[in-house]
Ligand binder design. Structure first.
Ligand code: HEM
Length: 128
């Protein structure tokens, strides 16, 4: 009908799985991101699939298992700089390209992710 969710528009569970797995393959190889992530990204990816499912209007998988996302608070243990936010978004953009997420839905989702990524910033870039 007129009201399919962004979750459905990007391919539902299959779409999220492909996107998140591709995204973390880029994160794991990114020189600014990999140092702050665990070596084994299995659990991180599992949580991110749950989170993005609900963020995009699918079932509330993240909250059912972990409670309120409190995303900014959960990121406070990690130094999220403006540079890392850009890097995160660049990995996501590549993952969207690779998994065939195009057009207006891609612009809509990427714009929301950009706002959320910027909201996670808790540390200035090094001025060195
Ligand atoms: C967890 C980094 C943005 C969603 C994490 C973790 C790191 C991280 C290091 C912990 C991984 C672990 O220990 O398993 C970053 C950086 C970002 C960023 C550098 C750049 C701005 C985002 C955004 C979202 C997001 C935009 C959502 C759209 C999550 C979720 C978790 C997580 C759901 C798992 C939380 C939990 O432990 O339950 N992130 N993140 N992150 N991140 Fe991010």
């Amino acid at each position: 009908g007129n009201h399919i969710s962004p979750f459905e528009a990007i391919g539902g569970e299959k779409g999220i799985t492909a996107l998140v797995d591709t995204f973390y393959s880029y994160v794991s190889r990114h020189p600014d991101l990999s140092p702050i992530f665990p070596n084994d990204l299995t659990e991180t990816a599992r949580k991110q699939k749950q989170f993005l499912t609900q963020y995009l209007g699918g079932p509330s998988l993240y909250t059912e298992e972990h409670g309120h996302p409190m995303l900014r608070a959960r990121h406070l243990p990690f130094p999220i700089t403006p540079k890392r936010a850009k890097a995160w978004l660049a990995c996501m953009e590549r993952a969207m390209n690779d998994t065939g997420i195009h057009g207006p839905i891609r612009d809509f989702v990427f714009e929301r992710l950009t706002l959320t990524a910027n909201h996670m910033i808790n540390t200035p870039d090094e001025t060195g």
